[in-house]
Design a protein around this ligand. Structure first.
Ligand code: AP5
Length: 188
């Protein structure tokens, strides 16, 4: 199973990514988690990443690709992947698609998790773990960044015929059921 999850901040990519990973036995690769781990370890790269994460800005494409592509390629040996937060720009998607094609591990489906903006703001404000980038101001900026840089991926993947739109505003279990129904069809 090789799946990409696309959606605005708070859409439920992390939540559903965990569930997809355990149901289909593939690694859940979250670019945001990977970057937050690096920040926590206070490596030089972590210090660079922190500036972007704190501001809610995108990490530059070259740095993202250098940090994540090896992990994606290694996932082949583990049965595939569910990608969460990557690719996030058209150049990232193009670069990832080229490498994946050469490794014969192109994505089978892209799940687009749709949630109205007002619901997203409430979810991020209510998030228990209190992430530094969940303040109202940074969360608003993250949503603008999504609209400008990531939403165009919807057209990119629609043209490739692999987009699956999921209404991600209902409760978590209902969203999972809709996702599993779509992914089970891929396995038939
Ligand atoms: P990242 O960690 O990817 O953050 P994000 O996309 O902003 O997404 P979130 O983690 O906030 O939300 P989510 O969709 O995963 O929802 P979740 O399941 O957590 O990226 C962080 C930063 O890293 C970026 O701003 C950027 O700086 C950088 N970055 C990362 N990848 C990058 C890339 N490829 N290129 C460049 N920069 C990159 O749910 C949110 C909350 O809602 C939780 O509390 C959850 O319990 C709740 N919830 C979830 N689903 C439901 C539901 N159905 N009903 C009710 N509540 C729900």
């Amino acid at each position: 199973m090789r799946v990409i999850m696309l959606g605005p901040p708070g859409a439920g990519k992390g939540t559903q990514g965990d569930r997809i990973a355990s149901r289909y036995g593939v690694p859940h690769i979250s670019s945001g988690e990977l970057f937050r781990d690096e920040v926590a370890r206070q490596t030089d790269t972590g210090k660079t990443l922190q500036r972007y994460l704190d501001a809610g800005d995108l990490v530059p494409d070259d740095l993202v690709l250098s940090l994540i592509m090896d992990r994606v390629l290694a996932a082949e040996a583990e049965g595939g992947y569910v990608l969460d937060g990557f690719p996030r720009t058209v150049p990232q998607a193009q670069a990832a698609a080229k490498v994946a094609r050469e490794a014969n591990m192109s994505a089978q489906a892209v799940l687009y998790l749709e949630v109205p903006p007002e619901v997203l703001a409430d979810r991020l404000a209510d998030r228990g773990e209190g992430r530094a980038d969940d303040s109202a101001q940074v969360a608003r900026h993250r949503l603008e960044v999504f609209t400008e840089h990531t939403r165009p991926l919807l057209d990119y993947y629609t043209q490739r015929g692999i987009i699956v739109r999921i209404d991600a505003s209902p409760p978590v279990d209902e969203v999972s059921a809709a996702i599993f129904a779509a992914l089970d069809r891929l396995e038939d």
